[in-house]
Write a protein that binds this ligand. Structure first.
Ligand code: DOR
Ligand code: ZN
Ligand code: ZN
Length: 428
């Protein structure tokens, strides 16, 4: 199958090129880019007015498989990712059982071959069972195909144990993805302000519950030389600390999720659990600072923290409902509408934050349209305007705060390894 994509605005953040041209895909590789087109092909895609980007990579998703497949499966999560323009995703380890052994990493990778339309890049846990007591076999998991390690969903509260984990990961030259949330500070802030809902309204889920662990782990990364990636940064202070750490040469990278650069706690409708996630929505100033940090590169990456839950779970009262919102199918539109249209990011910078930089962090050969690279491509119509409809999601999750929101920026095609895995035109 030979695919020619023509007349698109071709964006290659790896080389900084941003030009109208054609891209040719064959045998799973980019055969030509920025070309005049006209080559023979089995399929020709007219990308006039569209952005042609290297396939988007989501460093942070929760696919709930194995163990919580009523929320999401490998197959439905992958379909949601493809519909959202992602060609590769990193599922976090907080499944049941936890992905904490080489065998479980290998089993996930093997199942992905059959069940997933996008590339699955597994993440292994830092401690066994995410219990925070005993380190996992990181070398074994790396050999089995893990691309990073993370305790996401939890923080390893024992700093001595975490430092040993960072040392182990550093010796393997592997990234540790960090969920920063001090359990004790979190509980205290919720208790002080009553219900979690009130807590949120007065921003009572304290900034310090995130910032204290961010500071701790930056110090541990500096001491161990480990590569630390800060997940879902939500506070102005996390951007400030990341900037200082990078200046000092700490091997730090960081991500922001679309909800944290779009919403504040003031946007939470009374009791609406679709606005409940960890870390929570913050204040206007935090949003402003995070946008600036995405612009100047202190925040390297946009990832989704796609976290599906069932409608029953999310129907519980606010304090008891689980944290998390789905994000795969709204990320591109929010990035286009909130960042590109507002002049925060250029289209090329968006491709950097959603494709090239994530690939660089993992040390994988994706994120570029250079000839010979894997044929992973995402085509987006930035002008398409529509209303987000949760009932059209490919995800099993319907827990989004963005239902009914008018946005611009629509994924038209997602191509993985030279194969079209999502085409908007085929949707009814
Ligand atoms: O909101 C969240 N949901 N934050 C996390 O860290 C975990 C995630 C989940 O697994 O549901
Ligand atoms: Zn997390
Ligand atoms: Zn997460």
């Amino acid at each position: 199958m030979r695919i020619r994509i023509e007349n698109g605005r071709v964006l290659d953040p790896a080389t900084g090129r941003d030009e109208i041209g054609s891209v040719l895909l064959e045998n799973g590789r980019i055969q030509a880019a920025f070309s005049d087109g006209g080559q023979e092909a089995d399929r020709v895609i007219d990308a006039s007015g569209c952005w042609v980007m290297p396939g988007l990579i989501d460093l942070h998703v929760h696919f709930r498989d194995p163990g919580y497949t009523y929320k999401e499966t490998l197959a439905t999560g992958a379909r949601a990712a493809a519909r959202g323009g992602f060609t590769a995703v990193c599922p976090m380890a907080n499944t049941n059982p936890v992905i904490d052994t080489p065998e479980r990493v290998a089993a996930l990778a093997e199942r992905a071959e059959k069940e997933s339309v996008v590339r699955i890049l597994p993440i292994g846990a830092v401690t066994k069972g995410l219990e925070g007591e005993e380190l996992t076999d990181m070398a074994g998991m790396k050999a089995a195909g893990a691309v990073a390690f993370s305790e996401d969903g939890k923080t390893v509260m024992n700093a001595a144990l975490y430092r040993r984990g960072l040392e182990q990961a550093a010796a393997l030259d592997m990234v540790v993805m960090d969920h920063c949330e001090d359990r004790n500070l979190l509980q205290e802030s919720v208790m002080q302000t009553g219900t979690r809902e009130e807590a949120r309204r007065v921003s009572g889920v304290s900034h310090s519950s995130e910032d204290v662990i961010t500071a701790r782990d930056i110090l541990l990364a500096r001491e161990t030389g480990a590569r630390l990636h800060l997940c879902h940064c939500s506070t102005a202070a996390s951007a400030w600390m990341a900037a200082r750490a990078k200046e000092e040469g700490v091997r730090l990278t960081a991500e922001v999720c679309p909800h944290h650069f779009t919403l504040t706690y003031e946007d939470i409708p009374e009791g609406d659990t679709n606005f409940k996630m960890a870390p929570p929505l913050r204040e206007k100033q935090d949003v402003e600072v995070l946008r600036q940090a995405l612009k100047n590169g202190v925040m390297d990456v946009i990832s989704t923290d796609h976290a599906p839950h069932s409608q029953e779970e999310k129907a519980r009262p606010f304090p008891e409902a689980p944290n998390g919102i789905v994000g795969s199918e709204t990320a591109v539109a929010l990035a286009v509408t909130e960042l590109v249209e507002n002049g925060v990011l250029t289209p090329l910078e968006l491709a950097e934050r959603m494709s090239h930089r994530p690939a660089q962090i993992l040390g994988l050969p994706f994120g570029t349209l250079q000839v010979g690279s894997p044929a992973d491509v995402t085509i987006v119509d930035p002008a398409a305007e529509y209303v987000i409809d949760k009932d059209r999601f490919a995800s099993k999750g319907r827990n989004t705060p963005f239902h009914g929101r008018r946005v611009r920026g629509k994924v038209l095609y997602t191509i993985v390894n030279g194969k079209i895995v999502y085409a908007a035109e085929e949707e009814v």
